[in-house]
Design a protein around this ligand. Structure first.
Ligand code: NAD
Length: 305
């Protein structure tokens, strides 16, 4: 396959690098010039559980450096950069192109569809982790998987083909018509982990160690579960609780990404996560005072930072 990764930071480099190692033609599209130059100069360095790989059969560049169309676009910018990134990369999508977003948040697929009218869009979630260590160098340690399905909800053989290509690239993936539920479960997990950490500058373990942190988690869960129920999404509450408990026990020193963004003075994905839950609550008459407050506070410190 010819694959263009739109937003080739931590996750985009991991996916693009693994797909290139599996023999696909991969274009790493980004706007971070030092990262682009490092990849084109010395290859993409991936630190993986199986060891270090240097991927040399990839090209990196801004969208204009490539001539389309690609078979698959994988969108891995932060949510607030999707529209601009896809506007610049529109020439990489042709009549048979699928665009897959595995970005965190609700409404990511709708955003991709709005930016690429007529394109076939797949949505999904992944719990694989990745960090950009320095330009050209990405690390990913720990297990994870991908679930994906079409935004329209209709089955399509292309979904199985995309999942199979990811699997051959050592990214466990399955086509799953229940993906919307999985996306909501991850959004609720992120809404518990991220805003409180960003506001209090606490690690994952710091939140878990304090009764106030656990009480806030419960308050967030109560509102988020009520919104999901009002929207008709059958989230598995026990599963969400289990992944939160697992993160608290196993990833104590980790700084959630929203905390990293705030500390680095970058914008955050609050609007796609807690903000989306609060908006959907308002649309369905579900009061979400905790989600509203967290969203406003994170927006305020991100703007001030
Ligand atoms: P990142 O910041 O490392 O990568 C995003 C990349 O997009 C950057 O390299 C940036 O330069 C690039 N970009 C910005 N504007 C662009 C444009 N106009 N055109 C092309 N590229 C552009 O972010 P990430 O951690 O890889 O996260 C990407 C998405 O995946 C987010 O939605 C995040 O929530 C989600 N996610 C991240 C992880 C993780 O562990 N990092 C895990 C699961 C999901």
């Amino acid at each position: 396959m010819r694959i263009a990764v739109i937003g080739s930071g931590a996750m985009g480099s991991l996916f693009g690098g693994r797909l290139a190692l599996a023999g696909h033609e991969v274009w790493l599209v980004d706007v971070n010039q030092p990262h682009i130059d490092a990849i084109n100069r010395a290859g993409l360095r991936l630190d993986l559980d199986e060891g270090e790989r240097v991927v040399t059969n990839v090209r990196a560049g801004v969208a204009d450096a490539f001539a389309g169309p690609a078979d698959l676009l994988i969108v891995f910018t932060k949510g607030y950069h999707t529209a601009a990134a896809l506007a610049a990369a529109r020439h990489l999508a042709g009549p048979g192109t699928w665009a897959l977003t595995l970005q965190n948040g609700l409404g990511t697929g709708e955003r991709v569809a709005a930016a690429l009218p007529g394109a076939a869009v797949a949505i999904g979630m992944t719990d694989l982790p990745a960090d950009l260590r320095e330009p050209g160098h990405v690390a990913s340690h720990g297990a994870g998987h991908v679930r994906l399905w079409s935004l329209s909800g209709a089955p399509d053989p292309a979904l199985e083909r995309i999942a199979a290509a990811l699997g051959e690239a050592r990214i466990a993936a399955r086509a799953d018509p229940e993906v919307v539920t999985a996306i909501w479960e991850k959004v609720i997990f992120n809404t518990v982990m991220n805003p409180v950490a960003a506001l209090t500058r606490q690690t994952v373990g710091g939140m878990a160690a304090q009764p106030d942190g656990r009480a806030l988690a419960e308050a967030i869960l109560a509102e988020a579960f009520a919104v999901a129920a009002a929207c008709g999404v059958a989230v598995d509450r026990e599963h969400v609780r289990a992944i939160i408990e697992h993160a608290w026990a196993a990833h104590g020193p980790h700084q959630p990404s929203m905390l990293q963004d705030v500390l680095a003075g970058r914008p955050t994905e609050i609007d796609s996560i807690a903000g989306q839950l609060a908006e959907k609550g308002a649309a369905h008459g579900v009061a979400t005072p905790v989600l509203d407050t967290l969203t406003r506070l994170v927006r305020m410190i991100a703007r001030a930072g």
